[in-house]
Design a protein around this ligand. Sequence first.
Ligand SMILES: [Zn+2]
Ligand SMILES: [Zn+2]
Length: 297
Amino acid sequence: MPTAGAGRALEQLAATDPAVAPLARLQAVALDAAADPSWERSLPASLGPRAEAGAPRLHGARLVVDSDRLRALFVQLVAALDAAGHPDSARLRQLFAAPGFDPPASLRASLVHDVPALEDMAARVAATPGVLVVVAQAAALPLLVACGRRAAATLDGRWTLGYCPVCAAWPTLAEVRGLARELVLRCGRCGTGWPCEHRRCPFCGHREQHSQRYFAAAHERETRRAITCSRCHGYLKVLATLEPLAPSEILLRDLESLELDVTALEHGYRRPEGLGWSLALTVESAPPPRGWLRWRG
Ligand SMILES: [Zn+2]
Ligand SMILES: [Zn+2]
């Protein structure tokens, strides 16, 4: 199964590369959780096209999650950070165990990329501001992958915008796929793939008139490169693939190609912050099961 395989590969990567170990361990835990099909129960019945032009499928959605299960996932994630020797793990464990911690609110903040809300929560336990952003991203992964799976059947290939048609994230990477060398943007949050014209920047829409500049290791030019935009100074990693990458493989290949990010950043190129669309959505806590209510009564 691709998820389990890539999860193991992420753990192996964590064992050999200390620079990416905390993130790889978090993603491996999140991918394990994503293999549980019951995340589908949190989704609205339909994730079809939205009426508003440019709105991704999650815009306006009402998600209903099992709050205890989500809290358990946050606790599992912090255990993974602990195993990686992260200095903030004890503070985060304290935060997730506190009665005031609201798992659905944290999930919502991650889905809509409300970084200040997550930083405020981290500040309550004096944790490094950015650490909860990363942990909450991992906690949102199982639900987002379920969204991507459900929406996939309703995507028709006509989405021409640069951000993800399901969750509004900017593409994590692009695939140049198969012999046809079709360019497909891939979302690292929900796994969705959508087509893009060659030489067109997904971030600002600029079309390069001539060949596109790129960075690549000399022996990998045809298989792995970071293409750059002369207008917005964005960059995008492009990998040659034979078949569509599984969502888990997108995360793995992203972490395995960090040297391209480093090179692009050193040369003044950046990926855009935040999402491509200002998402509005609600995340509610599912009511307790009926049996529990009867027992209480
Ligand atoms: Zn997405
Ligand atoms: Zn651009």
